[in-house]
Design a binder for this molecule. Structure first.
Ligand code: PA5
Length: 354
């Protein structure tokens, strides 16, 4: 119904526009929790699913490059065997009700791992309070994917002491840049809308180097959920060791099904360029179009956030072009109703020899 469509589009656009302010307030809340790292803890798992998981990947791209901390995002109900008393386990579930996240949270408790929880309420918050686990509250009422600012900002705040210097000023600077770009990016004829037109009905195959890999994943999942269509993300040089065989075998008549979108980052060096050129010339022979979106920003945090913002607007532009309401995600809700009722009774498979 047209009225609902307008509402969904407007709401998501509004939340996308609020991303910079969500980031800042999430960061402030994360810092305010004043979580003290337990002695002897030098690694962390951040457990979550879907919209609640991507913040951990984005954070990891920063911690890997700028800190000594070993951080592993986990997207399942059971934890790696090495998680124990010297690993901080952070459970992130926007609703606080996700079966996999709750199971992993409980498992971390049984293993004696120090824990933290992040949610807008739900059973995760209840359990955290009951078990004396510090809990970071994020505001309720958003779809998890639209709460990325709060979730990522919150994680950045919690992990801020692991960085050589606080991220506060850098985040403020980055937020200002995001605000300054929002108008152009959301315009009906802005760069994301123009790329959406180029994509048309093709499957967007989003490709980048390691630096922007979590961003490519976010682009892909936002396109899936907001525009209700498949997308794929891929990282070079790895895909030159597998996906290239599929590209090489592509028939000319299949070329109209795909478009390669290259996310080019500031850290892409001569080696990365050479590899993209190689793939690009193979695709040119196959008549698969290639679009490049360049994020020529020196600061890693600003680059990452700018690239996330760009992709969020692209997903909304694709939804607009196809006339779909970006808000509902019925398929996820149906899946949860059907599987989580059973899942709640089942125990996850424990890590072990078998
Ligand atoms: O985008 C979504 O709604 C999903 O990917 C959810 O984030 C996912 O199902 C997990 O739910 P929650 O974020 O509430 O833990």
């Amino acid at each position: 119904m047209p009225a609902t469509r307008t509402t969904g589009t407007e709401q998501l656009s509004e939340w996308t526009r609020a991303f910079p302010s969500h980031l800042r307030s999430g960061f402030a809340a994360g810092r305010a929790l004043e979580f003290r790292w337990p002695r002897g803890v030098d690694r962390s798992v951040v457990v979550g699913m879907g919209g609640s998981a991507i913040g951990a990947d984005l954070l990891r791209s920063l911690t890997d490059a700028e800190t000594e901390l070993l951080l592993r995002p986990v997207r399942e109900a059971s934890l790696p065997r090495w998680v124990g008393p010297s690993t901080l386990a952070v459970a992130v579930s926007y609703s606080g009700e996700t079966w996999e996240t709750l199971s992993a949270f409980d498992e971390a408790g049984r293993r004696g791992a120090p824990r933290l929880a992040v949610s807008s309420g739900g059973r995760l918050e209840e359990r955290a309070h009951l078990e004396g686990v510090p809990h970071l509250s994020v505001p309720p009422g958003l779809p998890p994917r639209a709460a990325l600012g709060y979730l990522l900002g919150g994680l950045l705040g919690l992990f801020d002491p692991a960085f050589p210097a606080s991220n506060r000023d850098r985040l403020d600077r980055a937020s200002k840049v995001l605000v300054a770009h929002a108008e152009e990016l959301s315009a009906q004829d802005g760069p994301p809308a123009r790329l959406a037109a180029r994509i048309g009905n093709r499957l967007p195959w989003i490709c980048c180097s390691r630096d922007l890999a979590p961003v490519a994943r976010r682009w892909s999942t936002q396109i899936e959920e907001n525009a209700k269509r498949l997308a794929h993300w891929d990282v070079l040089p790895e895909s030159l060791h597998n996906a290239i065989v599929g590209w090489d075998a592509l028939q000319r008549r299949e070329a109209s099904r795909y478009i390669l979108i290259r996310l080019e980052g500031f850290t892409d060096d001569g080696i990365a360029h050479e590899r993209f050129e190689y793939l690009g010339s193979l695709l040119a022979r196959k008549k698969v179009p290639v679009a490049t979106v360049r994020f020529d920003v020196i600061d890693r945090l600003e680059r990452t956030l700018s690239a996330v913002q760009w992709g969020d607007y692209l997903s909304l532009a694709l939804a607009r072009r196809s006339g779909v309401d970006p808000l509902p995600i019925d398929a996820i809700q149906r899946m949860k109703r059907q599987l989580e009722a059973g899942g709640a009774r089942r125990k996850p498979v424990r890590s072990g020899r078998r």
